[in-house]
Design a protein around this ligand. Structure first.
Ligand code: MFK
Length: 625
């Protein structure tokens, strides 16, 4: 029901193709009209001779437009709302998942290890719904060619805020399918691929992505201790400790480990890591094969979802990458989960219910929406949400082009650069916007059973998992270096091209100028960095990523506002967005924030208190007295 908006596109185009041709007017009618229209009431006089050229006259009936048949049909919507059973409307499912969090039962009544993760009935329903709606499969069926990803992600955008974070297992499932597809759909992962991308609920599998170990989740290359012990049949057994495994009720996983040689030695660092496929299954006695669930994590948010610490104790697995190419092979999964993360962020920003509440809640004698200051706050949130949405959809557009083989080299560079940029920017902004949304409810936003605090808790994870803001900022530098700057080249050319259509919209001129000015500053700075120390780049990385995001989102908003179907609100949104500092990396560079002494100054500031309390310092201080 909720997906009618998205499905409507197909309906409209079908209807358009089947529309009957307009009957031609009779010649007599044309002749008499010629006389009558020689001097119309409104508008300039019409040259009567023109009728001798335009044989069918110049009057045409307006073509009817098929609007969204679901949204336009109040009776249908009212009927469904009245009669459809609650179970088929999943608005409240996410909340139900949160109030019935997963439970781990490690031992049965007779002391046997069982490691059962009990999830709520609603969580399980989410899995079936996801399969039926094709929330992963659409990306692989590719019925809509290069637009399949945009279609899939539009559905997920609507689903995500109601999904109780079920989009997390879906993200990993999508990522695993992508990795398998890119490595080759053959044994031992052929069946897995079909299960991950099916629409049949009973056949559908979800996947985990077990990358995080006790030494941390960012420095995967150095933090991975798990070893893979070769077996005589060519398979492996994995031994290690996975510290943070999300949606641990998955049916399979992709994970990294180091292959042991005959002496038990492994290769350290990234070159020692290979990618493994493992199924999560049980033996005849009901015990998990090669896995012990040590505990479920007690998290700030995402409580709906089982997140566990796992001991891998001889987990049967197959190596699916070339040995030592684990990180680069799982990178495709990172790309997909980062895009899903960005989508969840945009969805969370859109879902905050503050807009609706402002039309219901009265304070100081009038509705909140009639308080200009409140409306200004909501408008700022709206601008942020629109920017995030366009950023995410543009990355999906690029992904769709890449997956259908029509991406240019520019598209590929742009996708590589924008994936971390969009993830880090939207993840951070989601926390700010959702927090503002809660505040707009006053005290009610702080009350658990409104369901609102859960939105904020869940938003907080978006800037943490799949690469924190700083780790992704460094990833931006990494892809710049690996492409010898080609990602920047693609970025500058494409961003400028997004401004082209705006020349006919005078209201957009200040916004266009702001983007052009920011782009020039950024281009200069990028050229300048070639002569800078690596420490300069590291200090500038986060501001650089923010600048890339703000400029690109501004250009997308302008492009959208220049479209023939754009509204004044689109123009307003683009204008407001472009009033902020679009290039903070240039601003902070001018302030000297990345100068050689900055790191020392930062440390002195942060640790001043500790320094003051240092016994040695106190001793010296007293001695000096
Ligand atoms: C609602 C949404 C929910 C989302 C699901 C959440 C589920 C939660 C599960 C998790 O949290 S899983 C853990 C997520 N962990 C991370 O995101 C790791 C963060 N750390 C990084 O991203 C580091 O940058 C990285 C581990 C990749 C660094 O590792 P290395 O080995 O130091 O990377 P290096 O040497 O730069 O690159 C190794 C190869 O990988 C290179 O290829 P080549 O060898 O062919 O040159 C790189 O080009 C490639 N590579 C690295 N990052 C890439 C990439 N390729 C494409 N895209 C990338 N992002």
């Amino acid at each position: 029901m909720r997906f009618c908006t998205v499905l409507y596109r197909g309906v409209e185009s079908t209807a358009r193709h089947k529309a009957p041709l307009r009957p031609l007017q009779s010649l007599n009618h044309v002749r008499s009209a010629s006389v009558a229209l020689t001097k119309p009431d409104n508008g300039p006089a019409v040259d009567s001779l023109s009728f001798s050229k335009a044989k069918i006259g110049c009057f045409f009936q307006e073509r009817p437009v098929l609007k969204n048949p679901f949204l336009e049909d109040a009776l249908l919507r009212g009927y469904l709302k009245r009669y459809m059973p609650h179970e088929v409307r999943f608005d409240g499912w996410g909340r139900e998942c949160e109030v019935s969090p997963p439970q781990l039962v490690q031992y049965d009544s007779w002391g046997r290890r069982v490691d059962l993760i009990h999830t709520s009935a609603t969580w399980k329903q989410m899995k079936d719904l996801s399969a039926r709606e094709g929330l992963v499969s659409i990306g692989y069926e590719r019925h809509y060619g290069e637009w399949s990803r945009v279609y899939q992600m539009s559905k997920l955008f609507l689903f995500s805020p109601s999904s109780g974070l079920y989009t997390c297992p879906l993200a990993m499932t999508d990522g695993a399918a992508k990795v398998i597809e890119s490595l080759g759909i053959s044994w031992p992962v052929e069946e897995a691929f079909h299960r991950l991308t099916t629409r049949k609920p009973e056949y559908f599998w979800t996947s985990g992505q077990w990358m995080t170990e006790r030494q941390g989740g960012s420095d995967v290359a150095n933090g991975t201790e798990t070893v893979a012990v070769p077996q005589t049949d060519g398979s492996f057994k994995l031994n290690g400790y996975k510290w943070f495994t999300s949606a641990t009720d998955a049916d399979m996983t992709l994970t990294l480990a180091r292959v042991q040689d005959t002496t038990g030695a492994t290769i350290l660092g990234s070159r020692g890591l290979s990618l493994f496929y493992a199924e999560v299954s049980r033996d005849e006695s009901g015990q998990l094969k090669g896995i012990e669930v040590q505990k479920l994590k007690d998290k700030l948010g995402t409580r709906q979802m089982p997140t566990a610490e796992l001991l891998l104790d001889g987990l049967p697995a197959h190596m699916i990458s070339t040995e030592g190419r684990g990180v680069s092979s799982i990178a495709n999964m990172l790309t997909i989960t980062r895009i899903h993360n960005s989508l969840s962020a945009a969805g969370a920003m859109r879902r905050q219910l503050a807009r609706d509440y402002a039309t219901r809640r009265k304070a100081f004698g009038k509705l909140l929406k009639d308080h200009p200051l409140h409306m200004q706050t909501l408008a700022r949130m709206e601008v942020e949400t629109r920017g995030a949405f366009l950023l995410v959809m543009d990355v999906c557009r690029l992904l769709g082009r890449e997956e259908t083989g029509i991406a240019t080299e520019f598209d590929t560079h742009l996708l590589r650069l924008l994936t971390p940029v969009v993830k880090l920017y939207t993840g951070k902004q989601a926390v700010a916007v959702v927090s503002e949304g809660l505040e707009s409810f006053g005290g009610q936003g702080y009350i658990e059973d409104t369901g609102l605090p859960g939105l904020l808790r869940d938003a907080q994870v978006l800037s943490i998992w799949e690469g924190t803001t700083n780790v992704l900022s460094l990833d931006v530098l990494r892809c710049v270096a690996r492409s010898s700057g080609m990602v920047f080249h693609a970025y500058f050319i494409h961003t400028k091209s997004l401004l082209k259509n705006a020349s006919g919209v005078s209201a957009l001129t200040p916004a266009v100028k702001a983007i052009q000015c920011a782009l020039s500053k950024l281009e200069l700075l990028v050229q300048d960095t070639a002569t800078k120390e690596p420490s300069f780049l590291e200090l500038a990385a986060r501001d650089l990523a923010y600048s890339l995001a703000r400029i690109y989102a501004g250009a997308l908003l302008i492009d959208h506002a220049s479209w023939k179907g754009a509204s004044p609100a689109d123009v307003y949104a683009a204008s407001r967005w472009c009033e902020q500092d679009l290039c903070p990396v240039a601003t902070n560079h001018e302030r000297g924030c990345y100068n050689p002494g900055s790191s020392h100054d930062n440390a002195a500031l942060v640790y001043q208190l500790e320094f003051d309390n240092n016994p040695l310092f106190i001793y010296l201080f007293i001695y000096c007295l």
